[in-house]
Ligand binder design. Structure first.
Ligand code: NAG
Ligand code: NAG
Ligand code: NAG
Ligand code: NAG
Ligand code: NAG
Ligand code: NAG
Ligand code: NAG
Length: 287
């Protein structure tokens, strides 16, 4: 038995290697390929995050999967028992019973877990390929409250400038603010990011609106001003206000069609009486 095995072994190894070399040379087929990482762009502080690393081993066996954020924090080695090992602060956040060769689950993530994550996959024989891929994740502290909109006054004539501010409670990163006036985007006149006195990792956003109104802006005499605050897709809130068009009172006395019609009617009536009176006088004098 032994001698037979010893006799057969070198030949089968040789033919397997040859086959592999031939396949690689002729068809381009090799081991580990198509490695990709899938991590969220942004998550909220304190949440649990699924991160995955996919790959196609083809003819290879898996040797290791390692995850790094700067330094290594997770390792999966199928040949070891247990296969999972974790390292450092971030390793302590790994839900090991939900993590495996393709997935790492991190619990209670914090803003300092923002950064670049790398997944490194190594195949075993016959190719011994190693491929590393990376992705970036933001861990955001979301604003604790809604945006607040303050506008100078509530009534505007055409040509007036609408001035106001939108203030978003502090967060990390600070919220982005966008304005719309009756649905049309308008740029902020200024944007301030103010560091929170109690937590210097967080910033409040104040954005200004400075918008000169034109006749076309009013829709049925109304301006609908909306301030929208965003932190990625995680926080999207709006504050809005309806402003009224103020029609100058002078116009209703002089310019409108209605009043000039009344004036003409009165004039016509006066003329009619005048002509009637003259006609009557003429008729009387003719008699
Ligand atoms: C690579 O993987 C992605 C999904 O993970 C798949 O859509 C794609 O078809 C794969 N490409 C190859 C060449 O296998
Ligand atoms: C993480 O994955 C598990 C299992 O696939 C799923 O039940 C859970 O909803 C996922 N969590 C997130 C935050 O995507
Ligand atoms: C996974 O581990 C956590 C603690 O780390 C535990 O609370 C949970 O019950 C475990 N889940 C399973 C399915 O074993
Ligand atoms: C990250 O922040 C948490 C508190 O939010 C802290 O306990 C931890 O030590 C920090 N980790 C590092 C590596 O700075
Ligand atoms: C908006 O903020 C600026 C800068 O803080 C301030 O000068 C201005 O008075 C504010 N305007 C309103 C309407 O609150
Ligand atoms: C808003 O700002 C962008 C870039 O700063 C500029 O290209 C665009 O013309 C501005 N839009 C308005 C309505 O002022
Ligand atoms: C704010 O907007 C910029 C430009 O669109 C974007 O790159 C950035 O990610 C946004 N920040 C947040 C916190 O949503």
């Amino acid at each position: 038995m032994r001698s037979a095995a010893r006799y057969r072994d070198p030949r089968s190894t040789l033919s397997a290697s040859l086959l592999c070399v031939l396949l690689t040379a002729v068809t381009g087929v090799h081991g580990l390929s198509n490695v990709s990482i899938d991590i969220p762009l942004a998550v909220a502080t304190g949440t649990t995050v699924n991160m995955s690393c996919r790959y196609d081993l083809q003819s290879d066996m898996l040797y290791t999967v390692k995850w790094y954020k700067g330094s290594e924090f997770f390792r999966y080695v199928p040949k070891e028992m247990p296969p999972i090992a974790v390292f450092g602060d971030l390793g302590a956040k790994v839900e090991t019973n939900q993590s495996d060769a393709n997935r790492v689950v991190l619990k209670d993530v914090q803003p300092n877990h923002t950064g670049k994550y790398r997944c490194e996959v190594s195949g075993d024989s016959p190719s011994f390929n190693t491929v590393m891929v990376a992705g970036y994740m933001h861990v955001a502290s979301l604003p604790n409250g809604d945006p607040q909109l303050r506008i100078e006054k509530t009534r505007y004539a055409v040509g007036d400038t609408v001035r106001g501010n939108c203030t978003v409670p502090s967060g990390n990163p600070p919220a982005n603010v966008t304005w719309t006036v009756n649905g049309t985007p308008v740029n902020s006149s200024f944007t301030l990011k103010i560091v929170d006195k109690n937590d210097n990792q967080q910033q409040m956003t104040i954005a200004g609106l400075d918008f000169e109104t034109m006749q076309d802006n009013f829709r049925n005499g109304i301006l609908h001003i909306v301030c929208q605050a965003n932190v990625f897709h995680l926080y999207q809130r709006t504050a809005d206000v309806l402003l009224k068009e103020e029609r100058p009172r002078l116009a209703s006395v002089l310019g409108t069609r209605e009043s000039s019609y009344i004036g003409n009617a009165a004039k016509n009536t006066a003329e009619y009486f005048y002509i009637t009176a003259i006609t009557t006088l003429l008729l009387c004098s003719l008699r």
